[in-house]
Design a binder for this molecule. Structure first.
Ligand SMILES: *Cc1c(COP(=O)(O)O)cnc(C)c1O
Length: 402
């Protein structure tokens, strides 16, 4: 165990230096680089969570979230906590004991959905697709025929595989034809790739702030339509979590504005500023930027001689999975980038551990300068490992795309 982890006891006052975290460029699966305006918003004075000025800020955040989610849902709020908190609020309220929830097996986050649904007292059934492939609507239809689930969850942007789920309206149509509600994980898509909650018939969507919104984690977007809210508000038993009980959160974020728990004020400020940046840019322009910048990243990686893991048709611009070439140590490359370039990328998860790198291109990190830096750095890291790659060809392919 490194010496700094040895517990010191309470007798001697610990000597701890001033906080000086390294200045990283964040291009992993999140958090992404935070916009300076968001950091600035976080250093503004606190007000009380029921201060009239904060009530106004809450309204603004809710309106900005509706714009970003492309929804008119009244029930659109930031949940206190990370993306998993919004995820657990969604699943833990919509799934009642005895309900059946259909979840995907084609990535890491479908498994998390399953764990949460089980803890909510639900029965879990699965629709299968290999890791690195999206769900096939025909398979979803077959799963509905076999299991008649009450709730269907899917991951719009699978951060573990770099796969974007296409044909969302087809999936929601199948669910609705079977009287089921749809919960979409949009953690790595909100504010980064096209997502239209209302038009696509998504009943519940949750997200996180630290991915394509480029905001620190702490207050996480959640939206529910009337059908979903009707189910939540007419539950026979209370949701198992008091903290994430949407019927109680309603008292604070709804008309009443009464105390439930103290909102993470600073995180709400941050989210407000991050969403203001989305509105200033325009949501569609923002989706286009991610496509353009990540497209250049992808062209650069491929131009160098590396291979993407996700098939082109399902490529997820906000999270690029790159196959580790034979003979290269994935962890050594990650460490080299961190040590020599202060640049963060990530390794594979679950079934893809050791096989891929995950390179985020999200929010404020989705910029031309980040992509050039990443490609040059990755080229050097691979050169150190003796990999046969052509960095110049990669940079040329990137420039051509820009
Ligand atoms: C990051 C992520 C989550 C979980 O969010 P946390 O903020 O880490 O709790 C859930 N789903 C997907 C697809 C993610 O990428």
């Amino acid at each position: 165990m490194p010496s700094h982890r040895v517990p010191q006891g309470m007798d001697a006052a610990p000597t701890v230096g001033e906080l000086t975290p390294p200045d990283r460029t964040l291009m992993g699966p999140g958090p992404s680089d935070v916009h300076p305006r968001v950091l600035k918003a976080m250093s503004t004075p606190l007000v009380g969570h029921l201060d009239p000025s904060f009530i106004e800020i809450m309204d603004e955040v809710q309106n900005l979230l509706r714009y970003t989610f492309r929804t008119d849902n009244k029930w659109t709020i930031p949940v206190s906590g990370t993306g998993s908190a919004a995820m657990e609020a969604a699943i833990g309220n919509v799934v009642e004991p005895g309900d059946t929830m259909l979840v995907p097996t084609n990535g890491y986050f479908g498994d998390r959905m399953a764990s949460m649904a089980e803890r909510a007292g639900g029965e879990v059934v699965t629709v299968d697709a290999p890791w690195g492939q999206p769900l096939d609507p025909a398979a979803v239809e077959a799963a509905f025929d076999e299991h008649s689930p009450d709730v269907f969850g899917f991951v719009h942007a699978e951060t573990s595989t770099g796969v974007l789920q296409p044909s969302v309206p087809e999936l929601t149509d199948i669910a609705h034809a079977n009287d089921a509600l749809v919960i979409a994980d949009s953690v790595t898509s909100l504010g980064g790739v096209e997502l239209r909650v209302d038009e696509w018939g998504i009943d519940v969507a949750y997200s996180g702030p630290q991915k394509c919104l480029s905001c620190p984690p702490g207050a996480s977007p959640l939206t529910l339509n009337d059908d979903a809210m009707d189910k939540v508000l007419s539950r026979e038993s209370e949701a198992r979590s008091w903290y994430l009980d949407i019927s109680l959160l309603e008292g604070y974020w709804g008309e009443e504005r009464a105390y439930h728990h103290t909102a993470p004020i600073t995180n709400v400020y941050a989210l407000r500023e991050a969403l203001r940046l989305v509105a200033e840019e325009g949501i569609e322009e923002r989706w286009d930027r991610h496509l353009r910048v990540a497209g250049a990243l992808k062209a650069g990686v491929e131009g160098m001689g590396l291979e993407m893991n996700a098939p082109d048709d399902f490529w997820l611009p906000s999270l690029n999975t790159v196959r580790v070439p034979d003979g290269v140590d994935d962890g050594a490359v990650i460490q080299y980038l961190l040590d020599e370039y202060d640049l963060e990328i990530a390794s594979g998860l679950g079934a893809l551990e050791g096989d891929i790198w995950r390179i985020g291109c999200m929010g404020h990190s989705a910029r031309r300068q980040n992509v050039s830096y990443l490609l040059a750095a990755l080229g050097n890291a691979l050169g150190e490992q003796g990999a046969a790659i052509d960095v110049d060809a990669g940079l040329a392919a990137m420039s051509e795309r820009f």
